[in-house]
Design a protein around this ligand. Structure first.
Ligand code: TPP
Ligand code: MG
Length: 555
C-alpha cells in the first residue's frame, strides 16, 4: 500500500463512507466547519436543523430505522444543547455517533475558545465518550464508537474531535486500524439454552416479552417458538413489530400501563424476558403485574441489566437474537406438546374489552375526543406508514390503538418518558423512509419544544406530517393534579393556532375544530405532497396510561 497523506476530516469522511453512512444531522458552528466542508465536497447530505437536541433526535430515528449509527455533528456550545437528545438515545438504546468539534487541542485547559467539559457532559448518557488527541487514532476510535453503538444493548457514543485534528495531515502508514468482523454477538452455551427449555417444559402458561434489547430477533424465530408452544408474546420499543400485532399470539405493547391487554401477564406461571429489563413497568417482578409464584427467566446482552433484577429464577448473558434462534432450533428438535393456556382467553378478553372502550369514546356533539381523531386516521392509513407517538394523552390513546405490523415503524418515548422529541423524530424518520407516510401524533405542550423543526422539514424537503391534539393543558400532569390535589399548577396552556406557525415557514397548515370536518381535512392533509401540520382542538381526557396512573398512584 502506498503511503498517502490526508487531513483528519478526510479520514473521517472515508470511514463514514465505508459504513455506507451518507447523512449528517447538524447545526453548523466554528469547531466543526472544516469537517463539514470536507463531507459536503464528498456528497454527504446535511440536514441542517434549528436545535441540536432536535438534530440528535433525528439521528436517533434515522439510526434505528437504518440499523446503523445516525450521525450528529456540532460545535462546542451546540454540544451542550445536544445532551437531552443523547439522553433519549441512551435510554431508547438507539445507535448514534455524536461528533463534536472543539478548540485547538494545544490550548485546551488554558481558556481555549468556548471550552467546556464535552466528554464529561456526554459520558453519563453515552456508551463511550472520548476525545481524539492523536490524529493517528482517528480510524480506530471511529471504529470502536461504531461497534459500541451497535453491539449488545445499542446506544449513542460521543467523540470530540478538536479542530487541529480535523485539519492535521496524517500519513496512512501511521494510521491505527481496528479491522473488525461483523457486529459482535454472544452465543449461549447449549446447556443454558436447555435449562430455559426445561423451565418452559414445566410451565403451563408461559408469556414471552421482547424488550428493547431484542432488536436483533428474527421474526420467523420468535414466531416458531410461540407457535410451537401456543403461548402469548408481548413486545416493546425496538422489538415492536418484529412479531406483528396481527399475529394471533401477539398481544401488542408489553407496557401494561399503556396497554391494558398486557395486564393478563399476571396469570402467567413463567415470564421469559428477552432483552427486557425487570423494571417499574413490570413492578420489578412483583404483583399486581407479575404474580408472586411466577418464575422469571431473563436473557439480556448486558450484565448491568441482569444485575439490576431483584428476582429471577434463571438469567443468561447473551445476544437476544442469537438466543431466540438457538431456542427455536432446540424446540424444533423436541416433541413439544402445545400449551393450552387459559391465559390466552384472558388476553383476548382484555383486548376486546379495551378495543370496545376505545371504539366508543367520542367528544360531545361536534367537539373532538382524541379517539375521534385516531379512528378517522386509521381509516386513512395504508400499511406503508411509520407512526410516532409523543408522551402525551393525545398520542397515548393512539399508542394503545394502532397496531405495530413491521419493525421500526412504531415509536414511543419509552421508559424515560421524555417529551419534546416527537416532531424531530418524525422528520429524521422521514429522511430514512422517503417512500412511506411518516406521522407524528403529539400533544400541544410536547410539540412546542421543537416545533421550529417544521422549518427544517420545509428547507430540506422532508415530507413529515405532524398532528397536534390541542387540549390546552399539559394533560398527563394536569389530570393528576386535578385528581390528587384539586389544584392544577403550571399545567394550563393557551389555545394556540399552531397551524399558522407551519404556514409561516412554508409548510401545509390546517385547523380542525369540528368532528364532522375530521375525515375530509385529514384526507387532504395526508394527500398533500410536502411537510405539514394539522392542529386539532381536542377535549382534555386522560389516556389509558394516565387513567392507570390515576387508578394506582397514591400520595
Ligand atoms: C422533557 C420533559 N418535560 C416534562 C415532562 C413531564 N410531562 C410528561 S407528559 C406532560 C404533559 C404533556 O402535555 P401535552 O403534550 O400537551 O399532551 P397531552 O397530555 O395534553 O395530550 C409533561 C409536562 C417530561 N416527561 N419530559
Ligand atoms: Mg395538551
Amino acid at each position: 500500500m502506498n503511503s498517502m497523506k490526508k487531513s483528519g476530516s478526510e479520514y473521517i469522511a472515508e470511514f463514514l463512507e465505508s459504513k455506507n453512512i451518507d447523512t449528517v444531522f447538524t447545526v453548523a458552528g466554528d469547531h466543526i466547519l472544516h469537517l463539514m466542508d470536507v463531507l459536503s465536497n464528498r456528497g454527504f447530505r446535511f440536514v441542517d436543523t434549528r436545535h441540536e437536541q432536535a438534530a440528535v433526535d433525528m439521528a436517533n430515528a434515522w439510526g434505528r430505522i437504518k440499523n446503523t449509527p445516525g450521525i450528529s455533528m456540532f460545535t462546542t456550545p451546540g454540544h451542550a444543547n445536544a445532551i437531552p437528545g443523547l439522553t433519549l438515545a441512551h435510554q431508547q438504546l438507539s445507535p448514534v455517533i455524536n461528533i463534536s468539534g472543539c478548540a485547538d487541542s494545544n490550548f485546551l485547559g488554558m481558556g481555549a475558545p468556548q471550552e467546556i467539559d464535552q466528554i464529561g457532559m456526554a459520558a453519563p448518557v453515552t456508551k463511550k465518550s472520548s476525545i481524539i488527541l492523536n490524529g493517528n487514532h482517528l480510524l480506530s476510535e471511529l471504529e470502536s464508537s461504531y461497534q459500541l453503538s451497535l453491539s449488545g444493548r445499542r446506544g449513542p457514543t460521543h467523540l470530540t474531535i478538536p479542530v487541529d485534528i480535523q485539519t492535521g495531515i496524517y500519513d496512512s502508514y501511521d494510521m491505527s486500524v481496528q479491522k473488525r468482523g461483523n457486529i459482535s454477538v454472544q452465543f449461549a452455551a447449549d446447556d443454558d439454552v436447555y435449562k430455559c427449555y426445561e423451565f418452559i417444559e414445566k410451565s403451563s402458561n408461559p408469556v414471552f416479552i421482547l424488550g428493547n434489547g431484542a432488536h436483533d430477533v428474527i421474526q420467523s424465530d420468535i414466531e416458531g417458538i410461540v407457535e410451537t408452544l401456543n403461548c402469548p408474546v408481548l413486545n416493546e420499543m425496538s422489538a415492536r413489530g418484529i412479531i406483528p400485532d396481527s399475529h394471533e399470539l401477539s398481544y401488542g405493547l408489553s407496557d401494561q400501563r399503556a396497554n391494558p391487554t398486557a395486564r393478563a401477564m399476571s396469570e402467567a406461571d413463567l415470564i421469559i424476558l428477552l432483552g427486557k429489563e425487570l423494571d417499574f413497568t413490570l413492578d420489578y417482578g412483583s404483583p399486581p403485574t407479575i404474580s408472586k409464584n411466577t418464575k422469571i427467566i431473563q436473557i439480556d446482552p448486558d450484565e448491568i441489566i441482569l444485575s439490576r433484577s431483584k428476582r429471577t429464577d434463571f438469567s443468561l448473558l447473551c445476544s437476544v437474537g442469537v438466543f431466540v434462534s438457538q431456542l427455536n432450533h432446540l424446540l424444533s428438535t423436541k416433541n413439544v406438546s402445545k400449551k393450552d393456556p387459559e391465559i390466552i382467553k384472558t388476553f383476548k378478553n382484555n383486548y376486546f374489552q379495551h378495543m370496545d372502550y376505545l371504539q366508543n369514546i367520542t367528544g360531545k356533539g361536534e367537539s373532538i375526543h382524541s379517539m375521534d381523531v385516531h379512528r378517522e386516521m386509521s381509516k386513512l392509513l395504508d400499511d406503508q406508514n411509520c407512526l410516532i407517538f409523543e408522551g402525551s394523552d393525545f398520542a397515548f390513546y393512539g399508542a394503545s390503538y394502532y397496531p405495530s405490523e413491521r419493525s421500526n415503524r412504531w415509536f414511543v418515548n419509552g421508559v424515560l418518558g421524555m417529551i419534546g422529541w416527537g416532531v424531530p423524530y418524525g422528520i429524521g424518520a422521514k429522511v430514512a423512509l422517503p417512500d412511506e407516510q411518516v406521522i407524528v401524533f403529539t400533544g400541544d405542550g410536547a410539540s412546542g419544544f421543537n416545533l421550529m423543526e417544521i422549518d427544517t422539514a420545509v428547507r430540506n424537503n422532508i415530507n413529515a406530517k405532524i398532528i397536534i391534539g390541542c387540549d390546552s393543558v399539559w394533560g398527563i400532569d394536569y389530570h393528576q393534579q386535578v385528581q390528587f390535589f384539586e389544584n392544577p399548577v403550571a399545567t394550563n396552556l393557551n389555545f394556540v393556532n399552531y397551524e399558522n406557525i407551519a404556514k409561516s415557514v412554508g409548510a401545509y397548515g390546517d385547523l380542525i375544530e369540528k368532528k364532522s370536518e375530521l375525515g375530509i381535512k385529514l384526507k387532504k392533509f395526508l394527500e398533500h405532497k410536502g411537510p405539514g401540520l394539522i392542529n386539532i382542538k381536542t377535549e382534555p381526557s386522560p389516556s389509558p396510561l394516565t387513567q392507570h396512573i390515576l387508578n394506582t398512584k397514591e400520595y
